[in-house]
Design a protein around this ligand. Structure first.
Ligand SMILES: Nc1ncnc2c1ncn2[C@@H]1O[C@H](COP(=O)(O)OP(=O)(O)OP(=O)(O)O)[C@@H](O)[C@H]1O
Length: 911
């Protein structure tokens, strides 16, 4: 039945005019009541937030028609309900905003023709606003009528463009959305599965969403799953857990070869963890009051059912490598910096300490953080370190800021990233520097060289033909003697040629030696022997040389019994390539090395990339450590040489007095040793600092990425002593690089072990109580740590607290954070800044670093805003309700777009 438009009449049974009815009416009709309603406005309604869900889709409703009747009018934003037989003292009208509906249904026959509306109006609770479930059921005149209304409401819920002229039918509806739900049954207080039954699944069914629910069985299970699944089958991946599981999922997506597409898969979170920071942020952005537990879950689940999607920044984080003792290094591979992607935060000091140490109080739910905060306050620590950040004001990175030219191969960047972590002389000897020099030399020689080569080749062929003729003639006389005579003659000729060669000019000699080397058939055989005796490695090297333009004649240098010394002398210019070949030959072939080459390809730079997509080492120890307290063990802390670690007893809390450089309870009174440098480069960097830094690892002076005039000028600092053992095995210097599909390049940051750019960066060095980098508004569901943060603002919001702050002030800071009022707190020890990238260099020997609440190896770490991810979440923004909005660009690009910087936008769309 087409709506005749809103009727302007009261009293009943006609609808009275209301502001909502000023809108175009899509449908209008009369319905009977169903069962006994309890809410104002009449109709049939039932309130429920419990498991008992009598009118959920698929559940047969009890046949209890009510005597009352209703006039319903559907507009693009509301359903107006008018009770046609008003009850005294009760409001006869009810407004159901479409925005508050999770879904609607029309139960199949033989059920009566019912229109069932699942309404979640916001209601005030003790702590915050939460939605309460109400089911309203109306009996239509016919099934067709019920189905038409059902289709019309679903169209509105899905954000489809409709008007009063639209013929609503079931067929015009898009297919139901399909969600993959990943549930961590142990998150928070272990209630995730229970809440699935009572809250999540009923609402998802009501929203007509198809789903597949998988319980995770172990840590990294979700990560492995999303690496493997075919993503096009899903409209979104929803985490029913805390933030830790979402961290796994995002990194799993980024580890896929098709990560560029994969990361566009909408993801969402239904909070069942203890911190629930992202859920708190979603709740905040949607305009709801702060709330926890079930109210928060209902809000997020409701938003999920509405299906709005917002882009969200993703931050690329590079952490220090795993310590060599971990099993990932037992296969001979050196420790490599770890790249991961973060959606929430990086924390060091107080915040990460509380997060990890309060694991022991997990049973308390979110209250564990309160208790952990009090415990840590009682024994306040500070940590020495250096924090550098790139303020957002710098829009166009200068060439200085991006030391890596874009066309440099990723493998090389990664190798450089290993500086200070491993010593790799041999491979660096045959690195890109030697190759590029060789290649540039050859370029300079250019065509002249080519011409000479052609001439030599001609002469060689001519001589070859002459020899052949002689041999043929000799064969005609008497095979044995004649051939030997011919050979003698050949040898004489060759000797003559050699003599001429040595007495001629150097370039001439050079040519003749070439001829000698290649023109003599016998020598060719020997040389080939030599090559083949050089094993596959020689052949590989030759292949490589062909590809990279390395001199063909270099293999002869390996044949020491060949009469080619003059050639060697004269071929001085090819020294770099011969070094390269020597380096290749000096690699033991077979054994471990050969085995490694099975799953890895080596490039000419001495780094390697894996053929197989890189798999996160599933180190059982790492797994267990991720959610463990550093009191029991300190998994990733590295020791400065000579610092005695007296905290080996895993069961014993670490005595504060033993902390290296820690001030524990006696915090320094005022800005202890704090230095702020705006520019130039920070006093030292991990690369400069590491005594293990090798000249081989350093970029050559004057080359891109080089900041020091000479490697020898580097000044080791005591601050960053990487106590890493030399990895064993022939391929020890190979870097562990990423998947074949290269993950996005960090354009604002040099490799972790190289100095930061000299311009634009701000560096603060001193004693910190905490450093927190956050990109969402909430640090926990009840901690509004960055009130101004937006999902896609392209910014990292840094808060750092310096040593000297009193316990009382620190406590006040966290209390104020609950309301987001901490920014207005004035304390000389507390700073808040925004950045696009930062680097954190802990100088204290022990501590805890977390990324999205997960422990990462302790040591230098850096991060930059990189990608946006289309997070599946709905907001109260009308334009997004019911739509799947996928933005192609990261927030950075969007901001630039506003600034009309098209060149940079184009440059940035490649990831
Ligand atoms: N089945 C499982 N068994 C053990 N650990 C798991 C399982 N599934 C996931 N995990 C791991 O448990 C850790 C904690 O999970 P999660 O962060 O989701 O909950 P939480 O810590 O309670 O919440 P929050 O991070 O919000 O405080 C994560 O590192 C995750 O990888």
């Amino acid at each position: 039945m087409r709506s005749p438009g809103p009727r302007s009449s009261s009293p009943s049974p006609v609808l009275s005019p209301s502001p909502g009815l000023a809108q175009e009416a899509l449908l209008h009709g009369q319905f009977g009541g169903w069962s006994s309603g309890s809410s104002a406005g009449g109709g049939s309604g039932s309130n429920s937030n419990s498991n008992s869900c009598p009118s959920s889709p698929g559940v047969t409703l009890p046949p209890s028609p009510a005597s009352s009747s209703y006039a319903l009018t559907l507009t693009p934003t509301n359903i107006h309900v008018q009770r046609l037989s008003p009850r005294p003292g009760k409001d006869s009208r009810l407004l159901l905003p479409v925005a508050e509906l999770a879904g609607c249904s029309c139960p199949r026959a033989p059920a009566p023709p019912l229109l069932v509306l699942y309404w979640y109006p916001a209601g005030r609770r003790r702590k915050g606003v939460s939605r309460r479930r109400q089911v309203r059921v109306y009996l239509a005149e016919s099934r067709a009528e019920a189905e038409k209304w059902n289709a019309a409401i679903q169209c509105l819920l899905r954000g489809m463009d409709v008007s009063s002229s639209t013929e609503f039918s079931k067929s015009m509806l898009p297919r139901p959305r399909r969600l993959l739900l990943l549930v961590n049954p142990f998150s928070g207080r272990g209630q995730a599965m229970q809440w699935c039954q009572t809250h999540i699944l009923p609402m998802i069914r009501e929203a007509n969403i198809s789903y597949n629910l998988i319980q995770t069985e172990r840590q990294n299970h979700a990560r492995e799953l999303v690496r493997e699944i075919s993503l096009h089958e899903w409209d979104g991946i929803i985490i029913v857990s805390g933030d830790g599981l979402l961290h796994e999922v995002i990194n799993g997506l980024m580890e896929r070869p098709d990560w560029e597409q994969a990361i566009k898969t909408p993801v969402g979170i239904l909070p069942c963890g203890s911190g629930n920071a992202l859920a708190g942020s979603i709740n905040h952005y949607a305009g709801y009051d702060m709330c926890l537990r079930e109210p928060l879950l209902l809000n997020c689940c409701f938003l999920l059912c509405r299906g709005g999607v917002r882009p969200m920044d993703l931050v690329s984080v590079t952490t220090s490598p795993l310590p060599p003792s971990s099993s990932s290094n037992q296969n001979g591979r050196p420790p490599a910096p770890r790249r991961l992607f973060s959606f929430l935060s990086v924390a060091w000091g107080f915040v990460s300490d509380v997060d990890i140490e309060s694991e022991r109080y997990r049973g308390l739910g979110s209250a564990r953080f309160t208790l952990g905060t009090l415990v840590r306050l009682a024994s306040l620590r500070s940590y020495k370190g250096r924090l550098s950040y790139l303020p957002p004001a710098v829009i166009n990175p200068s060439p200085d800021v991006t030391p890596q030219p874009p066309r440099r191969p990723l493998s090389r960047s990664i190798t450089e990233g290993l500086e200070g972590f491993c010593r790799t002389p041999i491979h660096r000897t045959c690195s890109d520097m030697g190759i590029s020099e060789q290649r540039s030399l050859r370029k300079e020689d250019g065509e002249r060289e080519l011409e000479r080569e052609r001439e030599r080749e001609k002469e060689r062929q001519e001589r070859e033909r002459e020899r052949k003729r002689r041999r043929d003639r000799a064969q005609g006389v008497g095979v044995v003697r004649a051939s030997s005579l011919a050979e003698d003659r050949e040898r004489e000729m060759e000797a003559e040629e050699r003599m001429e060669g040595t007495s001629g000019s150097s370039s001439e000699s050079n040519e003749r030696q070439d001829e000698c080397a290649s023109g003599n058939g016998e020598e060719e055989v020997k040389e080939d022997d030599c090559r083949s005796s050089g094993t596959e490695g020689a052949l590989d090297a030759r292949d490589v040389s062909e590809e990279y333009g390395v001199d063909e004649g270099r293999e002869a240098e390996e044949c020491e019994d060949e009469p080619l010394e003059p050639r060697q002398v004269l071929r001085k210019n090819s020294a770099p390539s011969s070094q390269i070949i020597k380096a290749f030959f000096s690699q033991p072939i077979g054994g471990t090395g050969s085995e490694e080459t099975l799953d890895a390809d080596e490039d000419i730079n001495g780094t390697y990339f894996q053929r197989e997509p890189w798999k996160e080492p599933l180190d059982p120890r790492e797994r267990s450590l991720t959610i463990s307290s550093p009191f029991r063990h300190s998994p990733f802390s590295y020791k400065s040489k000579g610092v005695l670690d007296q905290n080996q007893n895993p069961s014993k809390p670490r005595p504060l007095s033993l902390l290296h450089q820690s001030h524990s309870n006696s915090l320094p009174p005022k800005f202890p040793s704090l230095s702020l440098s705006l520019s130039p480069t920070p006093p030292s960097s991990p690369s400069c600092a590491s005594p293990h830094s090798s000249a081989y690892l350093a970029p050559r002076p004057g080359t891109p990425g080089s900041s020091s005039p000479s490697p020898s000028l580097r000044s080791p600092s005591q601050s960053f002593t990487f106590d890493l053992a030399e990895p064993a095995g022939p391929f020890k210097n190979r870097s562990l690089v990423s998947t074949p599909s290269t993950p996005p390049h960090d354009d604002l940051l040099p490799p972790l072990d190289q100095p930061l750019p000299t311009r634009d960066w701000v560096t603060i060095e001193g004693d910190f109580v905490l450093v927190l980098a956050i990109y969402q508004s909430h640090l926990g569901a009840d901690l509004l740590a960055a009130p101004h943060a937006r999902f896609d603002d392209g910014l990292i919001h840094l808060t750092f607290v310096r040593a000297g702050i009193s316990r009382a002030t620190l406590l006040r800071l966290f209390l104020a954070m609950e309301r987001g009022a901490h920014l207005s707190m004035s304390s000389p020890y507390v700073s808040h800044v925004s950045a696009r990238a930062f680097r954190l260099q802990p100088l204290s020997s022990r501590g805890t670093l977390t990324v999205d609440g997960e422990v990462v190896p302790y040591g230098p770490l850096q991060a930059q805003v990189k990608l946006h991810n289309s997070l599946k979440l709905a907001t109260s923004h009308n334009d997004l309700v019911g739509k799947w909005v996928l933005c192609r660009y990261c927030a950075y690009c969007i901001r630039l777009c506003i600034g009309q910087n098209l060149a940079t936008i184009q440059g940035d769309t490649n990831y």
